[in-house]
Ligand binder design. Structure first.
Ligand SMILES: [Cu+2]
Length: 142
């Protein structure tokens, strides 16, 4: 068995470097769609009406209507959990729809602790699948 030469070692090093670069590129490409509350922060204390700012990454926020891949509109569930993917989000005082494609809202809340769950749904209000399609926070209203 021959000894590993410097050239062979260098080739292995270059190969490892190449694989690392490839892996990093893949991670960037597979970054999934995500929605989140930009404001308020989780656990924040804030007065009512609560100013809410919603953000989306790798996801297009648009008015309800057409069902398109990678696009939809946002919802806030007030003191009730988000729905399972595939369920149609009801429209009532605990399920707020932003069917106009807006990403900012003012929400009236009673004093105390509240849970807000942000959920993305398609143009027909059907909850979308994916880890990043919901985001839950709690806020305290003095
Ligand atoms: Cu909706």
């Amino acid at each position: 068995m021959s000894k590993i030469t410097f050239t062979q070692l260098r080739m292995v090093f270059v190969l490892i470097l190449f694989l690392c670069t490839l892996l990093a590129a893949c991670q960037v490409n597979t970054a999934g769609p995500r929605v989140r509350f930009a404001e308020p922060a989780d656990g924040a204390t804030a007065a009512s009406p609560l100013k809410v700012v919603m953000a989306a990454e790798n996801f297009t926020v648009e008015p309800a209507g057409d069902v398109r891949d990678g696009a939809g509109h946002l919802h806030i569930m007030l003191d009730t959990p988000c729905l399972s993917p595939g369920e149609v989000i009801p429209k009532d005082e605990q399920h707020l729809h932003f069917g106009d494609g807006s990403t900012e809202a003012e929400v009236e809340l009673s004093p105390g602790a509240h849970t807000l769950c942000l959920q993305a749904a398609d143009g027909a209000h059907t909850a979308l699948a994916g880890n990043g399609m919901t985001h839950t926070i709690t806020v305290n209203v003095p």
